[in-house]
Design a protein around this ligand. Structure first.
Ligand SMILES: Nc1ncnc2c1ncn2[C@@H]1O[C@H](COP(=O)(O)OP(=O)(O)OP(=O)(O)O)[C@@H](O)[C@H]1O
Length: 300
């Protein structure tokens, strides 16, 4: 479990992270979204224990993260700019990992060679960008961490490899309750991977949601009333995030379960009534629109 409380980080005078709190439950996959410069990397580096916060607390289970070697042995961080020892082969990198991570699983490393299909005697610096990222995952998964922190993990991976890595992550989460924290500026990229999503903007966490709750709690409604003078009365019974008029049809984005919405409209005579599914992207646009933020940059 990762617990972040009132965390702040300032570089010179710039607030990269400001009074941010969040928690990631054991065995869950948390997607941290945000536009460029939102503060994601700073937050991940602090959680990984390699960047010192100005104030606030980060606990991995109940241990403080910063420069705590016992915590670092259980946490693997794959940064956006990967680092490997100069001239090291994949096999040599595996040796370094084996010495540092007590749960290193050599059989797993050998088994994953089939998935990544990279010759272990190759020097890492001679591999392509995407292959280097594959090596980073190969090493990370063989280290058997309790917590995996991924900064823009999918960059440079082809679609087949993305799917393979997603499947490996799902498997680790299901089989041994691996906890995963992923940053991205692209909602679609992580939509099918995460069970929780938080959106950062200007160093703050604007919104944090359980994806299943989110999908069952926001709906698109199209309706036309037999008597339009009753519309205002009807709309007052709903929690409306967005409203549009298309001729005689009113299009609404409404918060509430299907049952709650159907109950609210049941006593009004309607000529048209449709409850339509909403994509996650639409949900965020309407939710964030409600608090006045532009989030196009993270919905690429
Ligand atoms: N080493 C540093 N020195 C000074 N300012 C920094 C440093 N690292 C980050 N910042 C600033 O902190 C803010 C947050 O940066 P950060 O890298 O955490 O954002 P991000 O959400 O990861 O962005 P991106 O999606 O572009 O990678 C930015 O305004 C950035 O300019």
């Amino acid at each position: 479990m990762i617990t972040v409380k009132n965390l702040s980080k300032t570089y010179q005078k710039e607030h990269a992270v400001e009074n941010l709190s969040l928690s990631v439950k054991k065995g869950s996959i948390y997607g941290l979204l945000g536009s460029n410069g939102a503060g994601k990397t700073s937050l991940l580096k602090m959680i990984a224990g390699i960047l010192r916060p100005n104030s606030g607390d980060i606990l991995i289970d109940s241990a403080v993260a910063y420069e705590n070697i016992e915590v670092k042995k259980r946490v693997v961080f794959i940064p956006d700019a990967l680092y490997f020892y100069p001239q090291a082969t994949v096999k040599q990198m595996a040796q370094y990992y084996k010495h540092f991570y007590p749960n290193w699983n050599q059989a797993r490393f050998q088994q994953l060679e089939e998935v990544f299909n990279i010759e272990p005697n190759r020097k890492v610096h001679r591999l392509s960008k995407g292959m280097k990222r594959q090596v980073a995952f190969w090493l990370a998964l063989s280290a058997m961490p309790d917590i995996l922190i991924l900064d823009e993990p999918i960059d440079g991976l082809d679609p087949v490899m993305r799917q393979k890595i997603k499947n490996l992550l799902f498997q680790e989460v299901a089989e041994r309750e691996l906890t995963v924290l992923i940053s991205s500026h692209n909602l679609r990229e992580i939509e099918d991977l995460c069970d929780h999503v938080g959106i950062m903007h200007n160093g703050k966490l604007l919104i944090e949601k359980d994806l299943d709750d989110l999908k069952s709690d926001t709906h698109k409604v199209q309706l036309a009333l037999a008597d339009p003078t009753h519309e205002e009365h009807l709309l007052n019974k709903l929690t409306i995030l967005h409203k549009e008029k298309r001729g005689s049809i009113t299009l609404l984005i409404v918060r509430g379960s299907e049952g709650e919405i159907e109950k609210a409209v049941a006593t009004t005579k309607l000529l048209i009534f449709d409850l339509l599914p909403l994509t996650l992207e639409e949900i965020f646009i309407y939710e964030m629109g409600g608090v006045g933020y532009e989030i196009e940059n993270i919905l690429l």
